[in-house]
Ligand binder design. Sequence first.
Ligand code: SF4
Ligand code: SF4
Length: 448
Amino acid sequence: MGRLMGTSHARLRSHNRMGVVIPHNKATAELETVVMPLPDKIVLPMQQHIGAQCAPLVKRRDHVDAGQLVGHAEARTTADIFSPVSGSVTEIRSLYYSNGRTDVAIVIEPDGEQTVAETVAPPVVTDYASLVEAVKGSGIVGLGGAGYPTGLKMDADLSAVDCWLVNGAECEPYLSSDYREMMEHPDDILAGIGTCLDLSGVPRALICIEDNKPKAIELLRTMAADDARIGVLELPARYPQGASRVILKNAMGRAVKRGGHLTDVGAILFNVTTMSEISKYLKTGMPLIKRRITVMGDAIENPMNLEVLIGTPTGEILEFCGLSRKPAKVIAGGPMMGITQIDMDYPVVRQQSGLLAFSEDLCGRHETTACIHCDKCIGSCPMRLSPISIQKAYRKADVAELDRLMADLCVGCGICSYVCPAKQPLTQSVGLASRLLKAEQRKARGRG
Ligand code: SF4
Ligand code: SF4
């Protein structure tokens, strides 16, 4: 793949063709971020990450400050939750999501003062162990959508890791939140990478960006030119370029075994905004309490990239951006991997990159017809799975067959449903199959 060190690798370009070409619809890309005023209320779910749900540390009528720890779990895999505002706790309530998941949320009424918690102070970081501890206390999770606790991801043996991948692919249509981070905060991204490389001993980093973002590629190449350890890799704009196994293969030509981790093959992967947030946290000590989302769709009057406090209700965001027509579907996240919002009181969570509102014209219901055995779902799956076979095995609850078909490797990208002419609910079926198989695997290991 060419030389990897020094500026000579700045023109490095991947030619791997995994994934499919889909319309980008990134009309908000060149719109500078708008900061949304304080919402009327904050709804703060306790499960905004992969891992153990946090328990509320506050109760009704308590006063909280901005940046105050309000949710915590005594578990290794979790990420603390912090209040984005100063104000009063008005309620602890239940949430029921459209995908069947439930959660508990702290509801806070802002007092408008935004007084900052006394605990907020830049962390003291002197070595890699203290960097990991600092990030664990920052509330930062994978901000590209994964939601895996970032401090925990860093708390691994990196001695065999030779490249820190930084994911700026942002392959989902409509979303331009990461692109704006690259255009507006390239210095924070590069400072975060520099700190991680300096303290971890990982020798180099590759910022991976799809070729539909030439300005970001040019900007980061120019700004990183003085650091021979950091390169910018141009990847073809093919969905799902940003999926971890896909980007690993396309950027480094490496593959992870089933059940393995990227570190097994010498890589660690962060989303570009995650890297930037680490840098901001090290400077200010303010934990993750806000993020940028792309608000778009044919029902949105003023599409934009919007900085919102985590916990801002969907309805208040739609009101701020305006609706040009009645939305038939509101999606938290992108159109391929996001989840439908059924309650406009439900808030932005920290791993959410977008909020989309579509009219009936764009998301009218489609009739499902019988499979015509065209094999398009198989040919398009980036994980080389057979979605239709997995769907059949799932309907028979045939766990042995799901294991043989490796349903657990599904990354939920949505391509199989997108390409299916029969409109079979393949993504949903494979997602459920994957969950079932993983539960059985956990049981077999005696953890379930
Ligand atoms: S089976 Fe999973 S990974 Fe494959 S196309 Fe469907 S959603 Fe994507
Ligand atoms: S894409 Fe749809 S119609 Fe074609 S084989 Fe897969 S499930 Fe059947």
